[in-house]
Design a protein around this ligand. Structure first.
Ligand code: GLV
Length: 330
């Protein structure tokens, strides 16, 4: 018998923790090929009447073109916190709820920022490669010397939930903490001892600069040659937020010229980054393939919450996390 329940399209095989909840209520179409649903499949599902889409930020682009093709779409639910992949104003205009999963990945993403920071500061990937290569002959006094984290200054750009979690870890490491951003955060200051400063001052004073703001019109290209030039030559830049906050070619140039000492990068302007991109040729950098929230437990929580958002909207209830509250008039 045909399944006449509303269709929910999942653009990836997201963790079953959430998908199984959806199956109890809806006709769930899950893309089960590799690499997530191609754009034409996503558009076809929308055109065929999907009522909800469970999408992957930042890969799936839910732009006006996609929404114009979607006669029944009521909710775009992102498997993650960033919503730069959706044209939120257009969704609101069309009465489509946009949902995300804040809270589920805060601590995990802060752990990843720290993993990269420690890895870069103490040359963990380089050391690993060196040991495996068989080049290591003896304990040496000047082999792979790194940068101390304890006692150093950490600058957090964007003291939201993840920025605060990064700063909290910094406090545990005995760091002095500065932060910048649109909004002063008194609670985070009380919790982490952080001081609010203009971004240029943060860049000039910090030994580690961690980017933790959202990508939006104000933060796109926020860090380029001028800003990198303000940083200490010994400083390390950590980006676990969005690649487009940093001008990638200018970062590669700054790493090559020694303007800054290193970078630890989880996110790229275009993902995956092209193998011949100049950034990948920089030896003084550590990279990860967008792994901020990539733990078993967190990915399950994200899936569950992203699906609870869908279930709520399609049942006419306000979802737990709504990015565009203006859409909710009832
Ligand atoms: C992942 O990048 C997210 O936005 O949660």
């Amino acid at each position: 018998m045909a399944d006449t329940r509303p269709v929910v399209f999942c653009s990836w095989g997201f963790p079953e923790a959430g998908i199984s909840l959806l199956r109890e209520h809806f006709n769930v179409h899950v893309w089960d090929g590799p690499d997530g649903a191609p754009r034409e499949v996503l558009l076809k599902e929308l055109a065929d009447g999907a009522a909800a889409v469970l999408a992957l930020p930042p890969s799936d682009r839910l732009n006006p073109e996609a929404m114009a093709m979607a006669p029944n779409l009521k909710v775009i639910s992102g498997f993650g916190v960033g919503f730069d992949y959706v044209d939120v104003a257009e969704a609101t205009k069309r009465g489509i709820a946009v949902c995300n999963t804040p809270g589920t990945l805060t601590e995990t993403t802060a752990d990843q920022a720290w993993a990269l920071m420690l890895g870069m500061a103490r040359h963990v990937p380089k050391g690993d490669r060196y040991v495996r290569s068989g080049e290591w002959k003896k304990y040496e006094p000047a082999l792979l010397l790194g940068t101390d984290i304890h006692g150093a200054t950490l600058g957090v750009i964007g003291m939201g939930a993840i920025g605060t979690a990064v700063a909290r870890r910094g406090k545990g490491f005995g760091m002095r903490i500065l932060y910048s951003g649109r909004t002063r955060r008194l609670e985070a200051e009380a919790e982490t001892g952080a001081t609010y400063v203009p971004m240029d001052e943060l860049l000039a004073q910090s030994d580690f600069v961690s980017i933790n703001c959202a990508l939006n019109a104000e933060t796109r290209g926020l860090i380029g040659s001028r800003e990198l030039g303000l940083m200490k030559r010994t400083a390390i830049l950590v980006n676990s937020a969005r690649g487009a906050i940093v001008k990638q070619a200018e970062l590669a140039a700054a790493l090559n010229s020694g303007t800054i000492a290193g970078a630890a990068i989880d996110v790229f302007e275009v993902e995956p980054i092209a193998p011949d991109d100049a950034l990948l040729a920089c030896d003084n950098a550590v990279f990860a393939p967008h792994l901020g929230s990539a733990t078993f437990a967190t990915r399950s929580k994200m899936s569950r919450l992203a699906c609870e958002n869908i279930i709520a909207v399609l049942h006419g209830h306000r979802p737990p996390f709504l990015v565009n509250p203006d859409v909710w008039k009832h």
